[in-house]
Design a protein around this ligand. Structure first.
Ligand SMILES: [Zn+2]
Length: 341
């Protein structure tokens, strides 16, 4: 189900190539080593050079493709700015490489810049020990995880380095890129202070991960904010896109360029309401987040997907809990169970 109309049909940019989605705006694609196997990046003409939005996973395969783009799609012209929507590895991973390579200015929101550094440095509750303990109290038998998932730092696999200084983006800022201004719109629930960018002249929204045309954005509770309600933040803050024109061209980080923003937002809200309804029914007797996974996910989950599924299940339970629809009991061993109020 999707209200999204794919503006370019099935067409996607080939590796190392680009598609001009509007005058002076290029769509690039980089591979990812996950089930979600690609990310979309954007290059915006900026005077004699370019502003890049998002950077790709921080590995050699991405950098080799960037080298092809510099000579090809970007016509050998300089990169003035690197703008990163949020701290996740597919978006931030190659920023340090690009900034070093091109001398570009580097832009992020403060919430994302600091979260990236915390995840990279295993601090502020981003470490595995905190994460694993949080999944344990939500009913997951974490002893079955292989050693590499219980120790080490997975984030650095995709983000080997992060610039140590940045230019701050704030909600409402207007950033001049070439002939046009882009308005920063911050949105929440998927990441702490995710930046989206809207250009009124061109009627284009760079939506990052906040609104995707077909898959739903991951919204999870994690160990460093164990009582949080990110689904409420997500459902509320996607409403920040509703004042934009219904026919805005949306450039999402995954899948394809589309129109149908308002319909897609309505669909996402309905999708989560439907899942919340099913989940509430499953809370007729006390359940952990791990026990309700089959209510939300029909397919088999690999270990990587299991982490995101747990975060997502807890986010939905917390939404019901914060709303007062379910009660949370905490057992002496710390295990949290939720039951209908
Ligand atoms: Zn993301």
């Amino acid at each position: 189900m999707t209200a999204a109309e794919y503006v370019f049909g099935e067409t996607i940019p080939a590796p190392g190539a680009s598609i001009e989605v509007a005058p002076g705006i290029l769509w690039l694609r980089m591979p990812l080593p996950f089930a979600l196997d690609h990310i979309n990046l954007w290059a915006i003409e900026d005077g004699e050079g370019w502003t890049l939005v998002d950077t790709g996973f921080g590995v050699q395969a991405t950098w080799d493709l960037w080298d092809r783009h510099f000579a090809g799609s970007l016509k050998g012209r300089p990169v003035n700015n690197v703008v990163v929507t949020h701290y996740h590895p597919d978006h931030l991973g190659s920023a340090a490489w690009l900034v070093k390579r091109t001398g570009a200015a580097f832009w992020m929101t403060t919430g994302e810049f600091l979260s990236g550094h915390a995840a990279h440095d295993d601090t502020a509750g981003f470490d595995r020990t905190t994460g694993i303990e949080f999944f344990r109290i939500n009913g997951l038998d974490t002893s079955r995880f292989p050693e590499r998932m219980r120790t080490g730092n997975g984030y650095r696999r995709g983000v080997p380095e992060i610039p140590t200084s940045y230019r701050r983006m704030l909600d409402g800022d207007r950033i001049a890129i070439g002939a046009h201004h882009w308005q920063v719109i911050t949105v929440f629930g998927h990441a702490p202070e995710h930046a989206a960018l809207y250009c009124a002249d061109l009627n284009i929204l760079i939506s990052g991960d906040q609104v995707l045309p077909r898959i739903t954005t991951n919204v999870g509770v994690w160990g460093n904010q164990p009582e949080s309600n990110p689904l409420a933040l997500f459902l509320d803050s996607i409403g920040r896109f509703l004042p934009l024109p219904a026919d805005a061209l949306v450039l999402p980080s995954h899948d394809r360029v589309f129109r149908g923003l308002h319909g897609r937002i309505a669909e996402l809200r309905a999708h989560h309401e439907e899942r919340l309804g099913r989940l509430l029914a499953a809370c007729a007797s006390p359940v952990t987040a791990h026990e309700v996974l089959p209510v939300l996910f029909k397919r088999a989950l690999d270990d990587h997907q299991l982490m995101f599924a747990m975060g997502e299940a807890i986010a939905h339970l917390h939404y019901l809990w914060h709303r007062g629809a379910v009660v949370r009991d905490v057992a002496p061993d710390g295990i949290r169970r939720f039951r209908a109020a």
